[in-house]
Design a protein around this ligand. Sequence first.
Ligand SMILES: [Zn+2]
Length: 404
Amino acid sequence: MKNSVDANDIITDPDYQRNYVYDDKRASCLVESILIGIPIPVIYLAEEDESIYSVIDGQQRITSFVRYLKNEFPLVGLKKLQSLNGLYFKQLDKNLQRRLNHQSLSIVCIEKDSRDLKYEIFSRLNLGAVKLKDQEVRNCIYRGKFNDMLKDIANTNTYLPILFHDSNDRYSYEERILRFFALRPMVLKGTYKIMMNKCMESHADDDDNAIKNYKTKYNALIDLVKTVLGEDAFFASDQRKKFNGAVYDSIMIPFSLFPKRDIIKHADEIRSAIQKLKAENKDYQDWVFAGTNASKRIRSRVCAVMDILSNVISADSSSHESNKRLFAPHIKEELFYPGYICKYCGNQILSIDDCEVDHIIPYDAGGPTEIENAQLLHKWCNRSKGSKVQVDSDFEDDSSEDED
Ligand SMILES: [Zn+2]
C-alpha cells in the first residue's frame, strides 16, 4: 500500500489533499482499528491508465495510513491501545510494524472506460457529513486537460468575479463555465447534471489545440458580454441583483453564435433591447425564474435573446441585396410540421419558434430563395453553420489581446 502510493501508482488528488481533513487523532484511530483487526471500509480505486489508479473513495483513509507509515505523526488519543500513544511508526515494536506493513486494506478497483459507473459509485459513497458538490465530484472523476482548463479559466479570468458577483466557492465558477460548454450544442437531453457529466466525459481526451481554442473562445465571449451588457449582464432584473444561471444561458449561447463585430457595432441597441426583455417580458421572466431546467424553457429563453440579436443585426443590412436572401414568412409555416428533423443536428424541431428557414443550396452558391430550396434548421444550428468561420476568426483575433 505504502509503496504503491509512493510510486505514484495511485493518484492522490492534489485539491483533495489540500483539504485533508483527518486530524492526527482520527488518523490514529484508524491505525488503532487496523492493529486491533476491526474491518475498515472498502477503498475504491479507479484505473486511469495501465496500473495507475485514482482514489474514488477512501482518500482520507489511505492518506492517513500512509502518513503514519512515513512517520509523519505519533499516535494520539487512543482509547484501547493506550500504551501506544505518543509513538511514531518507527518506535512500534517489530510485530506491530509488521502487522501494519502487511495489512492489506480492502480495495475495489474499477476498470477504465467506465466513467459513468465511477460517477455513480462516487455519488452513492459520497454520503458523509460534508457532501461533495457535483462539480467537486466531476473534478475527481473526469480528470484531464478539459477539467484543468475549467480550473484555469476560473482562476485566471478576472472578469468572472465582476460578472458573477460572488466568489468561487467549491468549484462554482468551474461549473458555470462547464454549463456553457454543455449547453452550447443545444441538444437538450436528460438534465443539466447529465449534460454536464457527458460534456466532461466527451471532452476528456481532447488535444491541446482544442483545449486552447475553447479557452480562447470562452474568455473572448465573457469579454464581449461584459463590454456590451456591463457588470449586470447575468442579473435577471434591477430588483434581483444576483447571478442567475438561466439568464447566463440565454445570454452566452446567442452571443457565441453571432459575429463579434456585428454585436459590437450594435452594442447600444442590443443592450437596451435586453434590458427591456428582462424588465418587461413576462414570458422571459418566467423562463428564468421557475422550472428553469425544463428544456422548453431553456430553448425559449435562448431564442428570446437570439431573436433580439438577429433583428437588430439584420435590420442594419436590409439593403436590396440582402432582401433577396430572405424567405417570405409564410414559407416557414408551410414547411413546418411536428416531428420535423433539423438537417444540421439531426434532432427534432419541437416548436416553430425554434427554427429558421435556410437555403439548401447556399445563396452565395446560386441557390434560389424559393420554397423548393428551403429547409428548416434550429435557430442555433443555422447560426452555428452560417457564422462558424467568422466567429472562429473573431475569437482568434482576441487571443493575443487576452494575453496582454
Ligand atoms: Zn438543429
